[in-house]
Design a protein around this ligand. Structure first.
Ligand code: GDP
Length: 325
């Protein structure tokens, strides 16, 4: 791998959704200098609530890299309160989506910046620098782009209705993306990809977090064109998601809910796959399914902040030193 000769770190672009993505992004941020890491974040879950623009995945990545994320949930702000919510309840507002009091400030600023005619990229830059984040966090697009979930029980649902209101319990029969065909990846994202030494698809939900990034105009082509290794970390461990609906969705959409299914899903996009030790016995099958794929087996479950840096360090070493199975 070509490296920045000055300090021997690769320039990494990571593709992330919320909690799973933020953990690996944080691991990489603990190792890489600020100008060597760009995190490109899903905005398919974004929505407007009480007139405020909410970007759940951007917020999770920002709060995690800014060191203020709630360690219990992985999202929201540590120690946040819900007084605004209690007041909203007094006004009789249906309580299905809660915003913390501190969290609210993020949405106020984002909404204000967007209303002034600036882009989501600019709003994210302002918020990130306010949180003291030195690495670059970019929305995948500045254009309208929304994930829509088609369910058996309730028909078409907006993403947050499916995910928060119905707690991802409805049976999913299809996923579509409003804005597909028009929404483009940002120039900043495409430029970062073109300058990267390594692309990392974080262990985010492939269908709900990564696919909405890949569907943007110019994104898939930029990844395929840039001629540097692209690796993915499996979000499934022993056929189970660490959190959320990834395994359930794979099964509902007739995909194989296993590390082999993840390899198949990313198929031509990836050169390497990081898989959990719990899936060691899938190595032989992976060799058949994807003979060209290089594999790295380790503990991918990140329970602590140290786990994130350990996993990120292993991945960088694997890629820089070329040690593979
Ligand atoms: P969301 O937008 O908050 O749902 O976040 P993501 O899409 O980024 O992350 C959800 C995915 O992260 C799920 O499929 C989880 O299985 C995966 N995930 C979360 N924590 C871990 C972890 O510690 N290790 C691995 N391998 N996957 C994880």
């Amino acid at each position: 791998m070509a490296l920045d000769t000055e300090n021997q770190f690769p320039r990494v672009v990571a593709f992330a959704g919320g909690v799973g993505g933020a953990k690996v992004a944080h691991g990489l941020a603990q190792i890489l200098p600020p100008d060597h890491l760009t995190v490109i974040v899903n905005v398919g879950d974004d929505f407007v609530h009480h007139g405020l623009r909410i970007s759940p995945d951007l917020d999770t990545v920002m709060y995690t890299l800014g060191g203020i994320a709630n360690p219990q949930t992985g999202w929201g702000i540590q120690g946040d309160t819900l007084q605004n919510f209690e007041m909203l309840e007094r006004y009789g507002v249906a309580p299905w989506f809660r915003l913390g009091d501190r969290d609210l400030a993020t949405h106020l600023i984002r909404t204000q910046v967007l209303a002034s005619g600036q882009t989501l990229t600019e709003a994210t830059q302002k918020l990130s620098s306010g949180l003291g984040i030195q690495h670059t966090i970019l929305p995948a697009t500045d254009d309208p782009f929304t994930t829509i979930i088609n369910t058996k029980e309730h028909g078409t649902l907006d993403f947050q209705e499916y995910f928060v209101k119905f707690r991802w319990q409805p049976t999913v029969v299809g996923i579509s993306y409003k804005g597909e065909g028009e929404a483009r990846a940002t120039e900043s994202a495409l430029t970062a990809i073109a300058a990267a030494d390594l692309l990392v698809i974080c262990p985010s939900n492939p269908l709900l977090s990564v696919e909405p990034i890949l569907r943007l105009g110019g994104m898939r082509e930029a990844i395929q064109k840039c001629n540097v290794p692209c690796i993915a970390i499996s979000p499934l461990i022993a056929g189970q998601a660490v959190k959320g609906p990834a395994a359930k969705l794979f099964a509902e959409l007739n995909l194989d809910a296993s590390v082999v299914g993840i390899a198949r899903y990313y198929d031509e996009l990836i050169d390497g796959l990081v898989m959990d030790i719990a899936d060691q016995n899938a190595v032989a099958e992976l060799r058949n399914v994807a003979p060209a794929l290089s594999l790295y087996v380790t503990q991918t479950l990140m329970e602590t902040i140290e786990d994130r840096a350990r996993l990120a360090g292993e991945i960088l070493r694997w890629q820089m030193e070329g040690i593979s199975l």
